[in-house]
Write a protein that binds this ligand. Structure first.
Ligand code: A3P
Length: 343
């Protein structure tokens, strides 16, 4: 009797075990098939026949030596030996204090984008440039061949030699310029320098003194923070090498208040399927800025050096600067085809 019961139990366990193994095998086979055959989302299927410019999506990203899993990827698909250091296919060339860091970090949310974390200053620094293109490549992060590398060095925008040097590396590279209302950008630039001086216990002039020539009472165009905000002057130098279609202008003011639409425009410009979503961006009330959410576990805000409190500036000086920038802004809109509500 006891023997019969044991045999019955063994039989039941065998049937249950077979069912469990069968289900697991079925799931593995099905997930594998889905991974290979099905587009992940309808948006992706829209892009499923890549044109020459188009960059296929990959679901993995390699950051600081760690592979981060993204989406439906299976472990079998991870082939670290495929990782390469690629020259950038897009560069954020400026503008300093325009929101270049925020833009780079936010684009890095895209599974097909890998950022170079540091500003490399290859094209604007003669010593670095003399080290050659392989030195530059060596500064790039590891990525899969289908991903694109992006770097940002805001000094590129205003440095004389840079357009020609970048052109020599890749004449069809995509160039991103993030701009803010020019007077606000100049004050932000000043605030950064002021903070540096204060850290070293040094004194510094007031913004008004630097921005306006006390002899002529005119805007001081020798002051770098003013010159950098004359966007059209710098852009004109770049246009000697690159057609205007190779540039995309990002609205740095809107990137602060409503980043997603700006990022979607960049995704489109880079021929990437739209993958950055509202889920990836959340407003942090304490910080007063949007922060980044990579997944349920990992999120981050930009460093405290981004989003400083600006000093109060004499309204008469603000108006003077706004009037000064006005005609340059008009020209900038005309050239780029992007108009802003700047005064
Ligand atoms: P302020 O410090 O003047 O506010 P850059 O990275 O080019 O130096 O630009 C810095 C600017 O990025 C900051 O200027 C800040 O306003 C802006 N910015 C845009 N989005 C931001 C974000 N999500 N977090 C912090 N700063 C952001």
């Amino acid at each position: 009797m006891l023997f019969k019961q044991q045999a019955l139990l063994r039989q039941k366990l065998f049937v249950l075990g077979s069912l469990a193994i069968g289900s697991v095998l079925y799931l593995v086979a099905r997930v594998g098939t889905l991974d290979r055959l099905q587009p992940i989302c309808p948006i992706e299927s829209k892009f499923s026949t890549p044109g020459p410019e188009q960059i296929p999506l990959r679901t993995l990203q390699f950051k600081r030596g760690v592979l981060h899993e993204r989406g439906n990827v299976t472990k079998e698909q991870i082939r670290p030996h495929n990782l390469v250091q690629q020259l950038p296919r897009a560069i954020i060339i400026g503008v300093r204090k325009g929101g270049t860091r925020a833009l780079l970090e936010m684009l890095n949310l895209h599974p097909a984008v890998v950022k170079a974390s540091q500003e490399i200053h290859f094209f604007d620094n003669d010593k670095n440039y003399a080290r050659g293109i392989e030195w530059y490549r060596g500064k790039m992060p590891y990525s899969f061949p289908h991903q694109i590398t992006i770097e940002k060095s805001p000094a590129y925008f205003i440095t004389e030699e840079v357009p020609e040097r970048i052109f020599k590396m890749n004449s069809s590279i995509k160039l991103l310029i993030i701009v803010r209302e020019p007077t606000t950008r100049a004050v932000s630039d000043y605030t950064q320098v002021l903070e540096g001086k204060e850290r070293k216990n040094k004194t510094y002039h007031k913004f008004e003194k630097l921005a306006v020539d006390s002899n002529t009472c005119e805007v001081n165009t020798k002051y770098k923070a003013v010159r950098t905000s004359i966007y059209t002057k710098h852009l004109e130098r770049w246009l000697k090498y690159f057609p205007v279609e190779q540039f995309h202008i990002v609205d740095g003011d809107r990137l602060i208040t409503d980043p997603l639409p700006e990022l979607q425009l960049v995704e489109h410009f880079l021929n990437l399927p739209s993958r950055i979503s509202q889920y990836n961006l959340y407003f942090n009330v304490t910080r007063g800025f949007y922060c980044l959410r990579f997944n349920i576990v990992f999120s981050k805000c930009l460093a405290g050096s981004k989003g400083r409190i600006h000093p109060e500036v004499d309204p008469a000086v603000v108006t003077k600067l706004q009037k000064f920038f006005h005609p340059f802004n008009q020209k900038f809109y005309q050239i780029t085809g992007r108009t802003f509500n700047w005064p």
